[in-house]
Design a binder for this molecule. Structure first.
Ligand code: ATP
Length: 612
């Protein structure tokens, strides 16, 4: 019933309107443009007093050392995290209270004017985040010697400065993906992690990187000093879109505030000179889109030879056909240390098996982590599918928006994200909505970067509460208060659907997703119906009939049946060609599901991807 969706949208709008979201704060700007020589993180912002420097960590070798690379892995990632508790490291990190402050440049406070008192911290209980929503989610890990998970941030040795930022972000406890991924990464292990949209993957890869850089003081001294125009970052975070890279940059800046770790972003469509100047001031963590990074590498303005951490966000997208050559160039054909020397982390909400296989080229003896079913959507999102003919889509959308406005808070339009297939279609729908009294804006690849950023700002602020978007906005964007996602045109790929609807229902909040389906979408019927069933959604009888008629299509990469089957591709015998043993040892499942036995040995390093 239409009215009930509108009710849901209104409710979820109210739900999402809870104050105090970590993302709802202003970000102050940097900064004087003084150029100064690179200063390693551990030497930044040291007090004028003669405090002794924090001792360089020379702790026990990790059990995860990869043999054959002629040297120990970087100290930052070598720590056996279990030995970190109460050890010398904690004291050392405790001294690293300051941010970078070189020459005339001071670190801007990314938390703006937020009150930093403990009282403010205790208010986090009222932020509207429903942590319990994640409690009983099934978690599966596979790989050799999987480090145990934690339940609280206090159990993890992240360093005091980072812990303080976690409090400033009002994160009370780690989300499930953080509970597992952070200890795994802190133990120096490579990781392929799959967890639902909006479940906190950004922090899951940022925290170990920042913490590792804070701890790895000794290495920094090998970086070029004064005068070099080439930047030598220690960590590289790649993401597929400019907006997502900017968002990760903003998040990482919050997490690394006053840790001495410096984060810089480089992405296309924006002036390169400003980005070059930012990098010249020093960069520990470089967040980038692949195209701009390749440009910087070709100009020799960035060297990857000091990279200790490589994180690919939306990793399946990054290794899909569009991006794969660029990623291979960056990771395999430049000066980045090979897998096994660097630490590699891949994150996404979806991980088709063929992409897992490709991704394994970049990983060494990795742990596979699945939180919830691979590629599933969260059941915090109410999913509706409507049968709507092409010619009726606009009037149907209009009905939805009217009902939503009527039921909305004080007659206001709840933030609604409308996905369409083409850039032209986006412009045309935006125009039609605007002339019909629904302020809308668009984001797609034909708009300038300035226009894209302006559209996003206007949408976030509620000035134009409807954003018509192509898939450029489908992945990763964390926009608070999006109450409703409408798939005006459904995608061809079920994984794209999962990411699109994931723009609502984030961080434990509820959301609503409506899809317009017709005969043109027949190939998606089966995977859509399966997905909805998995997420405990009501599947209309007509969709089940479509599904029964369709034969595969829709890039239905799901396999293995059952809520918890078919995950780590190394367990799939069809990938185990020629008797090679792909499987990297132990298996554990926190959900108590039967653990298959007999996965012995390590991942065969010589096995190449079927896509090579
Ligand atoms: N431990 C936590 N406690 C409370 N909120 C958190 C916590 N971790 C992350 N968040 C918040 O949850 C929201 C979603 O996080 P994030 O954007 O990292 O999700 P994601 O898993 O990367 O989603 P996607 O798959 O769509 O990229 C953000 O607003 C973030 O600030």
């Amino acid at each position: 019933m239409r009215t009930s969706w509108a009710d849901m949208a209104a409710n979820s709008g109210a739900d999402n309107a809870a104050p105090g979201s970590a993302n709802n704060r202003g970000i102050s700007n940097t900064s004087a443009s003084a150029r100064s020589a690179y200063v390693p993180p551990h030497l930044r912002n040291r007090p004028a007093s003669s405090d002794p420097p924090a001792p360089a960590y020379s702790g026990p070798a990790s059990s995860n050392d990869r043999a054959g690379y002629g040297g120990p892995r970087w100290a930052g990632s070598k720590n056996d995290f279990r030995s970190g508790y109460g050890g010398g490291l904690v004291g050392g990190l405790g001294n690293r209270g300051g941010g970078w402050d070189r020459g005339r440049e001071r670190e801007a406070n990314p938390f703006g004017d937020v009150d930093e008192t403990e009282e403010a911290f205790s208010e986090q209980e009222s932020t509207g985040i429903n942590f319990d929503a994640y409690e009983d989610i099934p978690v599966e890990t596979s790989g050799d010697n999987v480090p145990p998970s934690v339940s609280t941030f206090a159990e993890i040795d992240l360093g005091e400065a980072l812990n303080q930022n976690i409090r400033r972000c009002k994160y009370v406890k780690p989300t499930p993906v953080q509970r597992y991924a952070i200890p795994i990464s802190l133990a120096g292990r490579d990781l392929m992690a799959c967890a639902q949209t909006g479940s906190g993957k950004t922090a899951a890869f940022c925290f170990p990187i920042i913490s590792g850089i804070m701890k790895g003081q000794g290495q920094s001294t090998h970086r070029p000093l004064r005068g070099s125009r080439t930047a030598y970052p220690l960590a590289l975070i790649l993401s597929p879109t400019r907006e997502l890279s900017c968002q990760i940059h903003e998040e990482a800046k919050k997490f690394s505030y006053q840790t001495g770790v410096r984060v810089v972003v480089a992405y296309g469509g924006a002036p390169i000179n400003q980005q070059l100047r930012d990098m010249e001031r020093g960069v520990d963590i470089l967040v980038a889109t692949p195209g701009r990074l390749v440009d910087l590498l070709e100009r020799a303005r960035v060297s990857l030879q000091m990279i200790r951490y490589l994180a690919l966000d939306e990793a399946d997208r990054m290794l899909d056909m569009g991006f794969e050559p660029q990623i291979r160039k960056i990771v395999e054909q430049c000066d980045m240390p090979p897998q096994g020397v660097r630490q590699t982390m891949l994150f996404s909400a979806t991980f088709p098996k063929e992409i897992q296989r490709l991704a394994s080229d970049f990983l060494s003896s990795y742990i596979f982590l699945a939180v919830g079913r691979v590629g599933s959507s969260t059941d915090l999102i109410v999913q509706r599918v409507e049968f709507v003919q092409e010619s009726d889509k606009r009037s149907h959308l209009m009905d939805l928006l009217h009902a939503q406005r009527t039921n909305g808070v004080q007659g206001k339009q709840a933030l609604t994200l409308v996905f369409v297939e083409t850039k032209k279609g986006a412009d045309s729908l935006e125009h039609w909505l605007s002339v019909n009294g629904f302020p809308a804006t668009t984001i797609h690849g034909d708009r300038s970067q300035q226009e894209r950023e302006q559209a996003l700002r206007s949408f976030k602020s509620g000035n134009t509460p409807i954003l018509v978007a192509t898939d450029v906005a489908a992945r990763g964007l964390d926009i608070p208060h999006v109450a409703h996602v409408v798939n005006f045109d459904l995608p061809n790929d079920i994984d794209d659907y999962v990411h699109r609807i994931g723009r609502t229902g984030r961080a434990g909040k509820s959301g609503l997703a409506t899809a317009f389906f017709n005969e043109n979408n027949g190939s998606l019927a089966k995977s859509l119906s399966d997905l909805m069933q998995e997420a405990n959604q009501e599947v209309p009888a007509w969709l089940s009939r479509f599904a029964a008629r369709s034969y595969g299509g829709g890039r239905n990469r799901r396999s293995g049946g059952g809520r918890f089957g078919g995950r780590d591709f190394r367990k799939d015998s069809s990938f185990n060609r020629g008797g090679s043993d792909y499987y990297g040892g132990g298996y554990s499942s926190s959900s108590g599901l039967g653990a298959p036995s007999g996965y012995g040995g390590g991942y065969a390093p010589g096995v190449t991807s079927a896509w090579d």
